[in-house]
Design a binder for this molecule. Structure first.
Ligand SMILES: Nc1ncnc2c1ncn2[C@@H]1O[C@H](COP(=O)(O)OP(=O)(O)O)[C@@H](O)[C@H]1O
Ligand SMILES: [Mg+2]
Length: 430
């Protein structure tokens, strides 16, 4: 079978790498892909939101399954368009992708389904939100734009003044455009964040091992928010019993509520959770694999990913054998461009990739790279996700950083403490 993967980041490289290992796969294409996907698959120069051209490509190249990486094509209805053209595609339809596309839709669904989440209020304009802030106690809140804002539309506020400023930026200045047509003000939660990803065909839920990512730019979780500077799996914070509780209190009621609401959910359901003193609470849902959580999780998957995704699309997940996982740990370290998450330059030649590839149990996934005259150059803020397996989180970390040391370009940097949080929580437990 030929497979098409839509997207161009580290997540899509990991998907392409894993899918290529399936004995049933003939050719793997990535649209538009990057310099890394060109090594493990074949790149196709079509944007991830150009549905007519993607459909034409799928029809002309005998594509048996299309896999969608990023949220934007999903919320724009790529799955509906492919399905109408009688093409098989993995991911939720537009109506189900609202779970990520509208934070108001998500919160309302959680409330109706009795899934633990923070208290919240929704406002249709800045005036009402500002009045509400003025009239209530001056407590920490989180202010969120309703729609997709590339991770920039959320403000974690310590004071009323900060919250009022956030409301102004979202609602009055319209910094996020129409994504700010509705504003959520919610209770601020305390605790450690974890990601629990599951694959579901709308009825059966297959939970993947938990992962934790590092969103802040600098060591010790300081500095500005980013797309993610690294991740690891498993997450020692979540044991079997806790994972079971999360399935029962969070994932199952969500999937049922989507079905009842006539938006059956097929695809990856990614719960962003805060582990509070009152138990896990949902911060948000994503409707696709996380980047970089996808990289360590897929490094550990031993089953054929194609079997899993096909069973989901065809609604046979119930019949699938339990997934097999590498018992080892995986750690993924993101190497970034100088200036990221602010402005940065592109086009710097990357050296040492061949050397890094020789380190055992390491895979270098490309996030923002391009190939220019046969030379791999930087082409994004997050450039590489250097991922390693090891007998423990500590060993995997060491191995990943050994590979990181081989790689250089002008301005390259990374966090030095990826996965230390896991080690800290293990020590704490002992
Ligand atoms: N209620 C909350 N309490 C504390 N922190 C929060 C809350 N909601 C969001 N955050 C923080 O803000 C980050 C981004 O919020 P999230 O809802 O995941 O939006 P997005 O990923 O779309 O930007 C979270 O990862 C978390 O660190
Ligand atoms: Mg998030």
């Amino acid at each position: 079978m030929n497979v098409l993967i839509v997207g161009n980041g580290g997540r899509e490289h990991a998907l392409a790498w894993k899918i290529s290992q399936s004995a049933r796969v003939k050719r793997v294409f990535v649209a538009p892909g990057n310099a890394g996907t060109a090594l493990d698959a074949e790149n196709v120069d079509i944007s991830s939101t150009d549905f007519p051209r993607l459909i034409k490509f799928a029809q002309q190249n005998d594509i048996g399954l299309t896999i969608v990486g990023p949220e934007l094509p999903l919320t724009k209805g790529i799955v509906d368009a492919f399905t109408e053209a009688k093409l098989r595609i993995f991911g939720p339809r537009k109506a189900a992708a609202e779970l990520e596309g509208s934070k108001v839709f998500c919160k309302d669904l959680l409330r109706h389904a009795d899934v633990p989440t923070s208290d919240y209020q929704v406002f249709r304009n800045a005036d009402n939100a500002t009045t509400y802030l003025k009239e209530r106690e001056d407590v920490p809140v989180v202010v969120k734009a309703d729609g997709l804002a590339s991770g920039k539309g959320v403000f974690v506020c310590a004071t009323r003044a900060e919250a009022t400023e956030a409301v102004k930026r979202i609602g009055r200045n319209k910094e996020f455009g129409d994504a700010g047509n509705q504003i959520i003000i919610e209770e601020r939660l305390d605790g450690q964040e974890v990601s629990v990803l599951a694959i579901t065909d709308g009825r059966t839920i297959v939970t993947l091992p938990p992962a934790q990512d590092h969103k802040r730019a600098y060591d010790n979780d300081t500095g500005p928010n980013t797309g993610g500077m690294g991740a690891y799996s498993p997450a020692p914070l979540i044991d079997e019993a806790m994972l079971h509780l999360i399935e029962e209190q969070v994932l199952v009621p969500t999937v049922h509520a989507m079905k009842r609401g006539r938006r059956p959910f097929k695809g990856v359901l990614y719960a962003g959770l805060m582990m509070t003193n009152q138990g896990p609470k949902v911060l948000e849902y994503n409707v696709r694999f996380g980047d970089p959580e996808c990289q360590p999780i897929l490094m550990r998957l031993q089953s054929d990913l194609l079997d899993v995704l096909e069973a989901t699309v065809d609604g046979h997940l119930e019949e699938l054998e339990p997934l097999r996982w590498d018992p080892r740990s995986a750690v993924s370290v993101v190497m970034a461009s100088e200036g990221y998450p602010g402005t940065y330059e592109r086009g710097f030649p990357i050296r040492g990739l061949d050397e890094a590839a020789k380190i055992p149990d390491v895979k270098v996934f490309h996030s923002g790279t391009a190939s220019v005259d046969g030379q791999v150059v930087t082409n994004g803020g997050r450039v590489l996700a250097v991922t390693a397996l090891g007998s423990s989180i500590g060993t995997a970390k060491l191995q990943a950083y050994t590979a990181v040391k081989c790689i250089r370009w002008k301005g390259a940097w990374c966090r030095k403490d990826i996965s230390d949080r896991a080690l800290a929580s293990v020590n704490f437990d002992n």
